[in-house]
Design a protein around this ligand. Structure first.
Ligand code: AMP
Ligand code: ZN
Ligand code: FE
Ligand code: FE
Length: 291
């Protein structure tokens, strides 16, 4: 309690280690400037962002959790049209199984990019992977970077349009990537001493709350420990619903903005679309579950 009631946190942030625009150092500096109480860097299928932040040294007053966001497959009996992502917090970044698995996932991401470019080329869009690489530097190339170049070259009006017309699941330049099972993602995070959390349940696009709750029960049996209840796209009604589900099943509640920096300009670190407040108490509960 006390001053902590007014302190906010952001436990879902992407760095240049995946498809964010800010380096881990820039993220730490921004978190400090915004007076955030705690942050986590949760890159897609890589912990290099968290590793760099720790190597740099965490500034005083900002609590830091190592993090990951794994793109996984939902359990076989659940159809999720949207994104099934498992967050992991407070993971041991030296865990060999985690590092080995992430290396495989990154390899698959790398192999996927030329296939996306080839499909776009066949549709008549002239762009190369080298051009994408020149735009983004050394980070892990993903669809947002390809979308960015498409906008720059005038092939789409906006990143959203590039996704909606070409790059999203079901669109002509979509290429799937290797995914591990949700159960395995949970197991690996637990094995690395971390806390597995279901990311942004709204983005699963499961319309029926009873089906969503059944999925969450199944994941909880697999070892899931929390739900990302606070998220920019979650309305107050969704937040209430996910909070109830979390409480019914003894799950932790977390929250984050999915900040990516200027590549996703409508989302701000610590406040999402402007009014998201994720209380520090959630961070305290999360870390107290570790002991
Ligand atoms: P990838 O890692 O290549 O599968 O791309 C996933 C990233 O693309 C996520 O970080 C999202 O932020 C971004 N993304 C997914 N769908 C869209 C969309 N419709 N518009 C803009 N960005 C998107
Ligand atoms: Zn991303
Ligand atoms: Fe995600
Ligand atoms: Fe994310």
């Amino acid at each position: 309690m006390g001053y902590n009631q007014h302190v906010k946190i952001d436990l879902h942030i992407h760095s240049t280690a995946s498809d964010g625009s800010l380096s881990p150092l820039e993220i730490l500096a921004m978190a400090q400037k915004l007076n955030l109480g705690a942050i986590a860097i949760t890159d897609h299928d890589t912990i290099n962002g968290s590793k760099d932040a720790l190597a740099f040294g965490i500034p005083p007053y900002v609590k830091f959790l190592t993090g990951i966001e794994i793109s996984a497959s939902p359990p076989p009996s659940f159809h999720c049209p949207g994104s099934f992502h498992v967050l992991g917090y407070a993971i041991n970044i030296d865990d060999p199984v985690l590092n080995h698995t992430l290396a495989l996932l990154q390899e698959s991401r790398k192999n996927r990019n030329p296939k996306i470019i080839e499909l776009l080329n066949r549709m008549g869009f002239e762009l190369t992977l080298n051009e994408v690489r020149n735009e983004v530097g050394e980070c892990q190339i993903g669809r947002p970077h390809i979308a960015c170049l498409m906008v720059k070259k005038g092939f789409a009006q906006s990143i959203d349009e590039a996704f909606a017309k070409y790059l999203s699941k079901g669109k002509p330049a979509y290429v799937d990537k290797y995914r591990i099972d949700g159960a395995r993602a949970i197991e690996i995070i637990l094995g690395a001493g971390g806390i597995p959390v279901l990311a942004h349940p709204f983005l699963l696009q499961i319309k029926n709350d009873a089906v969503l709750e059944n999925l969450i029960i199944t994941l909880t049996e697999m070892g899931l420990k929390g739900i990302e209840v606070y998220y920019p796209e979650h309305t107050p009604e969704r937040i209430a619903c996910y909070t109830e589900i979390a409480n019914r099943h003894g799950l932790l509640i977390t929250g984050g903005t999915d900040f990516h920096g200027p590549i996703k300009p409508e989302i701000r670190m610590g406040s999402g679309k402007g009014n998201l407040f994720i209380p520090y108490a959630l961070y305290e509960k999360l870390i107290s579950s570790l002991t």
